[in-house]
Write a protein of this length. Structure first.
Length: 368
């Protein structure tokens, strides 16, 4: 096992900067997820750890060793690719053994490692099959097994679930989490899927346009996003945003059928941001019916109602904007109904209106 440290790392392709001033420490035995939209620099960062991309500036350390100029084969890492990268003419057993044979590992050790990995991943009955005889989930387990047998200090995973269907993704997600708990090896996992990031990572690094936006636990990113980008990216469905002016001498935020009273301790931070702020509220925090404590109200017309069993996902027209809410299906909302949604003020997020969209309040902060 080992720590992985990015120290002011840059990656440039000519005049294009793919990753800029990247600072991140991945703890020994930790599970770090790099998440962000396509083109944000997450896979480039992973490939720099693997040695598949040269570092333009800064230092990358695995353990105490600077590895900027260390060849990939000497970095004590194992990588699981999106495409599985299995040899089609080889059996599962031979795929697992191939890298060890190249390293001239004794045959007895190879057999021992293969049997251990097959036991962990439930591959015992598949060892003599070829990749074409396996399902997508089984191929992914073989790819994981090939990494396990190397007994690396760091596992690297580049969107390993993207080729699987929805059901298999959920199953394999759990298998990888259990694998990390069992092995205790440092893992760095790249995905564009924030649900994968939230359910798997002990810590998450959110990236956008080559920049690290925020690092923290899933709960910290959900409860106390640093800016509007993180708030909108983390959570499913995405957070609702609405630009609202200060009214009633700064005592409230509101426009039309939307009103949020501001507690005294919030008002200075909001006034300092200007006459208008961006209010953020998550679909799952909007409620129908009575709620305890201070709350804000959002009134509108239900345009679309998606029945999800015990819940309904509502698309509500509010001041010519689409607001999404998740409510209990017992309310039986129908398209065309005028409804009033309530939200506890403690769940309200407020952001600056500029391009950075920094959070104005960091209430209910949890440890990162």
């Amino acid at each position: 096992m080992a720590t992985v440290t990015f120290d002011h790392v840059y990656k440039r392709y000519g005049d294009v900067t793919a990753v800029a001033d990247f600072n991140l420490e991945i703890t020994d035995g930790g599970f770090m997820v790099l998440v962000g939209p396509s083109g944000c620099g997450k896979t480039t960062s992973l490939r720099m750890i693997a040695g598949l991309e040269e570092i333009s500036e800064g230092e990358l350390r695995i353990g105490d060793k600077v590895v900027n100029d260390v060849a990939p084969k000497d970095r004590d890492i194992a990588m699981v690719f999106q495409s599985y990268a299995l040899y089609p003419h080889m059996s599962v057993r031979d795929n697992l053994a191939f890298g060890l044979k190249l390293r001239k590992v004794p045959k007895a050790d190879i057999a021992k490692r293969i049997n251990e990995a097959a036991g962990i991943l439930q591959l015992e009955k598949l060892l003599d099959r070829k990749p074409k005889e396996l399902s997508g989930g089984q191929r992914q387990r073989v790819a994981l097994g090939r990494a396990i047998v190397r007994e690396p200090a760091v596992f690297l995973m580049d969107e390993p679930l993207s080729n699987l269907d929805a059901k298999l993704r959920v199953q394999t997600r759990a298998e990888i989490a259990r694998l990390h708990q069992r092995l205790g090896t440092t893992m760095v996992y790249v995905t564009h899927d924030q649900v994968e990031a939230m359910t798997m990572g002990q810590r998450i690094a959110v990236m956008s346009m080559g920049l690290l936006q925020q690092v923290g636990s899933p709960q910290a990113l959900y409860d106390t996003p640093k800016n509007r980008f993180v708030a909108g990216f983390i959570g499913s469905p995405s957070m609702n945003f609405m630009e609202l002016p200060l009214v009633d001498a700064g005592a409230n935020l509101g426009r039309g059928s939307v009103s949020f009273g501001l507690p005294d301790e919030w008002r200075k931070a909001v006034r300092d941001a200007g006459d208008t702020v961006v209010a953020g509220f998550r679909p799952e925090h909007l409620e129908l019916g009575d709620i305890a404590g201070p709350f804000g109200t959002v009134q509108g017309t239900a345009d679309v109602v998606e029945y999800l069993g015990n819940e309904e996902l509502l698309h509500v027209s509010v001041n010519d904007a689409d607001v999404v809410a998740i409510v209990d299906s017992s309310f039986r909302v129908q398209p065309g109904d005028t409804i009033t949604l309530k939200m506890p003020l403690g769940k309200l997020q407020l952001f600056a209106t500029d391009d950075n969209g920094d959070a104005l309040l960091r209430h209910d902060a949890t440890a990162a």
